[in-house]
Design a protein around this ligand. Structure first.
Ligand code: PHE
Length: 341
């Protein structure tokens, strides 16, 4: 009986040491120490022993029970440790690893420059006005003194919306001048950026849709000097304090006198190079003193008030600013290109 007990003990201890998880361990406990376990089964046979043997075997059995229990406890502790260790490893969070910054978008370069221009004008007391892109021919042409036979009125130049030519996609932001003068009285100081549409073929410097920024100032005693001062300020704030401009006579039906403003080429400083196509100057915008008839049509007395207006191509400002030679790059939305600005 003694040998039987010892063999059982050796088998039990070996099995416990190899138990791979808590369930296996519990099964072993039941198998050896449980009510129907092997040790109990042996003890049930104690009755057959002599009075001499009984206490010896009883003591051995108790010893074995204690040994098996101790082994179960230590294996249980070892398994619990391993479990914790594995969990710690699995759930480890290294707070010192640099985070992954989410890729945020950014402003389109056209918006960036528009925001700069807007800031400059708001700083000079201008307010921002909006106008419709689908415009009445009255506002875009008639009220701007554009003659009946002007080429801009042709279907080859302008996107008409209605057959009767009463509605079209505006080809300039100038109709906003009329809308503002119709609803407000001087002093007027507004800036109106927006999209305009012309039937132009797409190339490096043309697009059927582009952006203009219209400016209008109407008050008592406004002169061409004010026009030049404001536009020079814009150029210097946008392109740097040593930017040189020049004003050339021009013609627009809605301003009198009219002019175009050029900036001296940044590349060659006026000598003529590839960037300015040998001119030394780059045309930036059209402007002029608001035509007295245009004021009159809005009920503003030209004897009392005068004003100036200008219209500048936003894409052109952007291309100058960042030395971009092809306008199409601004619309292709290739983030590898746009990310640079
Ligand atoms: N609307 C003109 C153009 O598109 C520009 C302009 C605006 C000229 C205001 C004079 C005054 O060419």
């Amino acid at each position: 009986m003694k040998e039987m007990l010892q063999a059982m003990r050796d088998a039990a201890l070996a099995a416990i040491r190899q138990a791979g998880d808590m369930e296996a361990l519990e099964a072993l406990r039941v198998r050896y120490l449980g009510k129907k376990g092997e040790l109990t089964a042996v003890l049930k046979q104690m009755g057959r022993l002599s009075a001499q043997e009984r206490p010896v075997i009883g003591q051995l059995a108790n010893q074995i029970r204690a040994q098996v229990e101790a082994e179960l406890d230590s294996r249980r502790a070892a398994l619990a440790d391993a479990l914790l260790e594995a969990r710690l490893k699995e759930e480890a969070l290294d707070v010192t690893i640099p985070g992954q910054a989410p890729a945020l978008g950014k402003k389109h370069v056209i918006t960036t420059v528009l925001d700069e221009v807007t800031d400059i004008f708001v700083g000079m007391g201008f307010t921002i006005e909006d106008g419709p892109e689908i415009e009445l021919t009255t506002y875009d042409f008639d009220r701007l003194n554009i003659p009946e036979n002007h080429t801009v009125r042709e279907w080859t130049d302008t996107f008409y919306i209605s057959r009767d030519e009463k509605v079209h996609l505006r080809c300039q932001t100038s109709p906003v001048q009329v809308r503002v003068m119709d609803k407000t009285r001087p002093p007027i100081r507004i800036l109106s950026p927006g999209r305009v549409y012309r039937k132009d073929e797409i190339d490096a410097t043309h697009s059927p849709m582009f952006h203009q920024i219209e400016g209008l100032v109407v008050d008592r005693g406004i002169t061409m000097g004010d026009l030049k001062g404001i536009l020079n300020t814009l150029m210097q704030k946008l392109y740097g304090p040593d930017t040189v401009t020049r004003f050339r006579p021009h013609h627009f039906p809605f301003t009198e006198p009219s002019c175009e403003m050029d900036v001296q080429c940044f590349e060659c400083r006026g000598k003529g190079c590839r960037v300015c196509k040998g001119e030394g100057w780059i045309e930036i915008l059209g402007a002029g003193m608001v035509h007295p008839w245009v004021l009159e049509m809005s009920g503003i007395d030209p004897a009392e008030y005068s004003g100036f207006a200008f219209g500048v191509g936003l894409e052109r400002l952007v291309m100058r600013r960042f030395n971009i030679s092809d306008m199409r790059l601004l619309y292709e939305n290739d983030v590898r290109f746009l990310d640079q600005f």
